[in-house]
Design a protein around this ligand. Structure first.
Ligand code: DAH
Length: 362
């Protein structure tokens, strides 16, 4: 019996140590089966009670029962500890700190040209202009003839225009050199009064620091019975005030020639270049923004609009230039390089949309 007592003590120490060391519920269950399962070590000892003499059983019985109870208890306690630790780990792993700011998925930035287009649409939209679109591939009729551009006009020259190989009823196909053909498309599908802008890509054979073969223009057109150059000046002054976020806007018109307007003008805005950067609204300099004028009667006729009944004004200027001026970008070429460092620096957060209430530049 002495031997068995020693064995029991050793068995209990061994089991206790392994129960303490078990670090997951599966290991603990294996230990339980090993000690208390049908074939387990303690179960075998319990069975041996039946083969003992009554005296031996009297002495061994309580010891074995005690051992069984303590081991069972140790396993149950350890099981609870492990379950609690597992829950703690899970809660920790799944914890959400609701006080943290939202994670910004890295989805890039809005290109300054797209951003400026949003601002332009917003400002002119507020003034009651619709936003129209036209195709990048036009034909000679839409890009030139309908706009009263004579057959021999230098703008039609191969040097300026990218001609494509195909033809259609309107003559040779080409990449539009201006957004003005969208005036024609709008007048064809819409009866006056018309108040529209169009923004989009334009193409010319030209490339240096201030010219790229593809660039962006905004076109504006108003057709009704009474609009004049004075209205044009008023609308553009209001637009520039909203766009540059300053009331100190002064516009100057210089006589010019465009085939599709009569009279035609180039418009300049007062600016200051003394500090190396161009500041709109103050100073002694003038910056050319684009062209404008009263829509030529031939253009109206080409769209089946009677020039004795209707009149109106139009303008066009470069969007890239507008972006450079407002956001202080010195060179046009990086606009179209797709350099992510440039885009990160000059791009806009997709989460911050322009709004008139806070100023379109915010
Ligand atoms: N289409 C002209 C250009 O690309 C710009 C322009 C001038 C547009 C006068 C107009 C306008 O609508 O009236 O140079």
């Amino acid at each position: 019996m002495n031997g068995q007592t020693l064995d029991l003590a050793a068995l209990e120490r061994d089991l206790a140590a392994r129960i303490t060391a078990a670090n997951d519920e599966a290991a603990l269950e294996a230990l339980r089966v090993e000690a208390l399962g049908k074939q387990g070590s303690i179960s075998a000892l319990m069975k041996s009670l039946g083969t003992m003499s009554p005296e031996e059983r009297k002495e061994a019985g309580p010891k074995l029962n005690g051992l069984k109870d303590r081991v069972t208890e140790a396993i149950v306690t350890k099981k609870a500890t492990l379950a609690e630790a597992a829950l703690d780990a899970q809660l920790k792993a799944e914890a959400v700190d609701v006080t943290l700011p939202p994670i910004r998925p890295r989805i890039g930035t809005i290109h300054p040209v797209s951003r400026v287009m949003e601002e332009l649409a917003l400002i002119f939209g507020e003034m009651g202009f619709s936003v129209e679109e036209g195709p990048d591939i036009e034909n000679e009729w839409y890009n030139f003839s309908a706009l009263n551009t004579p057959e021999k006009h230098p703008a039609r020259d191969l040097q300026d225009t990218f001609y494509l190989s195909g033809r259609d009823d309107g003559g040779r196909k080409l990449l539009r050199t201006q957004t003005s053909p969208v005036q024609i498309r709008t007048m064809q599908k819409q009866k006056p009064p018309i108040r529209m802008i169009c923004m989009g890509r334009t193409f010319r054979r030209d490339s240096d620091a201030t010219h790229t073969p593809m660039f962006h223009q905004i076109e504006g057109l108003v057709i009704d019975k009474t609009s004049t150059m004075a209205d044009l000046k008023g609308v553009l002054t209001a637009f520039l005030k909203a766009y540059f976020e300053t009331d100190a806007i002064e516009l100057r018109f210089r006589p010019h020639f465009f085939p599709f307007t009569e009279p035609s003008a180039e418009m300049d805005v007062r600016c200051d270049r003394s500090g190396g950067q161009t500041k709109i609204g103050e100073g002694e300099d003038w910056l050319e923004l684009g062209g404008c004028g009263m829509v030529h009667p031939n253009v109206l006729r080409n769209c089946n609009i009677d020039p004795n009944e209707y009149q109106g004004y139009a303008w066009g200027f470069g969007i890239d230039r507008m972006a450079m001026l407002k956001y202080g970008m010195p060179d046009l070429r990086p606009f179209f390089d797709s350099d992510t460092r440039w885009l990160k620096h000059y791009g806009f957060s997709p989460y911050l949309l322009p709004g008139l209430a806070q100023g379109v530049g915010q």
